[in-house]
Design a protein. Structure first.
Length: 299
């Protein structure tokens, strides 16, 4: 009896050591997969925005919000989810894009997204200075105001615009691939604070791709032996980066349209004309022109 108990203890001890060593190996494997944090990669349109020639005068601009107006939930074929398909902090992305235009020389972005926090902090400073008798009235300069408000948001998110797949299997050996396409659309408009007129408005969209590739083997290699193996990988384009790219293109188009309408001007007229010509060459050909046919032939 004692010998059996000793053997059982030995088996349990060995199993515990094996489990612990397995956990250590998994931890080391997870450490190998981890990567250090990085700054958001600069996109092609982002480089164009940063390289824009300076304006004749920086534009004071305010952003109150830039909401997700789609209400779209994150697509999931397996189960329902309450996660949103689009980031809920898009005004922060828009502000970051605006501050980098033309090497930070194009826009003076006025804080309005968290204006209540700003007002509360200013009020706290005033109360503190008055409580200690340092001043009888506010010593802070007045808040800067903007002549233009940027408004808009993420207006559309279409999932599974296009899905496809292909696969083949022969004698237990096969491979397959799946493909999915989503689209996200953003809208952006500049509104005059003086009279409420919409000075310029634009929309931009970005395609989001997802792919899945997998392969496997399932076959008998002997009468009582089966070989089974599976492998694969998937790649999902980051939705947040796609939204940023769409916002960057909308900002670029807004600047170009505003320059053509005379809302703002480039400091160097010749450099500005080169920017407009380059924009026309690169982006005009990409615009989708819908040919709408009448439901009934008018003839």
């Amino acid at each position: 009896m004692n010998a059996a108990v000793s053997r059982l203890r030995g088996v349990l001890f060995t199993a515990a050591l094996t489990a612990l060593s397995g956990c250590a190996e998994l931890t080391n494997y997870a450490d190998d997969l981890s990567e250090p944090p990085e700054l958001t990669p600069i996109t092609g349109v982002g480089l164009q925005l940063a390289a824009l020639p300076p304006p004749a005068q920086p534009v004071d601009i305010a952003v109150y919000d830039y909401e997700d107006k789609t209400g779209q939930q994150e697509p999931n074929d397996a189960f329902s989810t309450f996660s949103k398909a689009v980031s809920q902090g898009n005004e922060a992305i828009l502000i970051d894009v605006l501050t980098k235009v033309g090497g930070s020389h194009w826009f003076n972005v006025i804080e309005r997204a968290s204006v209540q926090n700003l007002l509360a902090e200013r009020n706290l400073i005033d109360q503190t200075t008055q409580s200690y008798g340092l001043a009888t009235q506010s010593t802070l300069p007045p808040l800067r105001f903007a002549g233009i408000i940027l408004a808009g948001g993420v207006t559309n998110y279409e999932s599974n615009i296009m899905t496809s797949g292909a696969g083949a299997r022969l004698l237990g050996v096969g491979a397959s691939t799946e493909y999915r396409r989503d689209d996200v659309t953003v809208a952006l408009r500049a509104v005059s604070v003086a009279n409420g007129e919409v000075l310029v408005s634009t929309t931009a969209e970005k395609t989001i791709y997802s792919t899945l590739v997998r392969g496997g083997v399932f076959k008998f290699i002997a009468t009582d032996e089966i070989l089974e193996s599976e492998t694969g990988f998937s790649r999902n384009e980051p939705t947040g980066l796609a939204v940023r790219q769409a916002i960057e293109l909308a900002v670029l188009n807004l600047i170009v349209d505003g320059a053509r309408k005379g809302i703002w001007r480039f400091q160097d007229h010749a450099a500005g004309q080169r920017v407009l010509a380059k924009y026309d060459r690169e982006f005009a050909a990409r615009r989708n022109v819908a040919n709408v046919r009448p439901a009934v032939d008018p003839s």
